[in-house]
Unconditional design. Sequence first.
Length: 389
Amino acid sequence: MNYRKFQADHLFTGYEWLSNNSVLITSAEGEIVDIVPAETAGEGISRFTGILSPGFVNCHCHLELSHMKGIIPEKTGMVDFLVKVIQQRGFDAEIIKNAIEDAENSMLQNGIVAVGDICNTPNTVELKKAGRLLYHNFIETMGFIEGTALQRFEASRAVYDQFARLYRNPADSNSIVPHAPYSVSAALFQLITRFPGNHLLTIHSQESAAEREFIEKGAGDFHRLYQALGIDISFYKPTQQQSLAAWLPNFLPNQSLILVHNTNTNRDDLEYIAHCPLPIANLFFCVCPNANEYIGNPLPDVDLLRAYKAAIVVGTDSLASNRQLNILAELQTLRHHYPHIEIKELLQWATLNGAKALELDDVIGSFEMGKTPGVLVVNEDLSKVERLV
């Protein structure tokens, strides 16, 4: 077997730091063979300045919106951003295709090895046939009118079927998921969560104060969104419950769920989760700080999430709401706002935690024998990443 051997100033396994005397050994194809002391590694060691790390996991992306880069102005706020995305999705098919290809190339260059990708259309199916990145395809559905639930669900199932053909075990890499609590009716939630094989789900959650105001009180800026869409929601009666308590019980205890954005998640929400009578099996909190800043939302209270030992993962959102699809850039922003968080913890969110969230930790996320997690070298100040494998 042809081996590749890597050594750097620091080695992060996905779990912990190892001595800078440690050498990572992989096969020519990138499978992890061993980690050994330098004195026993033999010849042919490639030495680097910085940190050796497993490849990054982007837990939340909208690859199909890549053609919208730079189109929506920054700092519009949540409602105006959503309206502009809906109004400006339509582009020439070739432009969309080329933008998707360019965006995947950039993710590869930026050290990303796996993506949780939101899909409203089959526009990324052809690209994903090549298998250059691992994907879990979250087929997103929305519909706030109870009477349209089945129609909306079947439209999303038709998209799901196109992605399912790419995989031997479709449910391992594809799910039908709700867009957000303000855009999915109770009937549609039922169809989604009870779809056979739908064990890994995600939802945009508590992305703005306006969302909480609408869910809890039926008031606020989200009425302007429905007016812009021409949807009559006079039927809507808020439950008067705390935001998460109003909709989290729609999910089943045996499901895994990634809550995305969480910019308005507070202590009461986390207390509710901690004492929920039917807790979800695996709950992850995905932060996308650069998208939050682009749209004009605050960053999540990451220290509060940490205090409650939340499983934190990292996403980029889309090029409609971000300048780049680069997990390292997200870590830089987190480091800027939370300088007391150690690099080891940030890297774990971006590697092992992300792999667990996408249920890919048997393949990627850490340097363990038999895995193929990719090998990166990252500058110690998180300013640059180079993909080695």
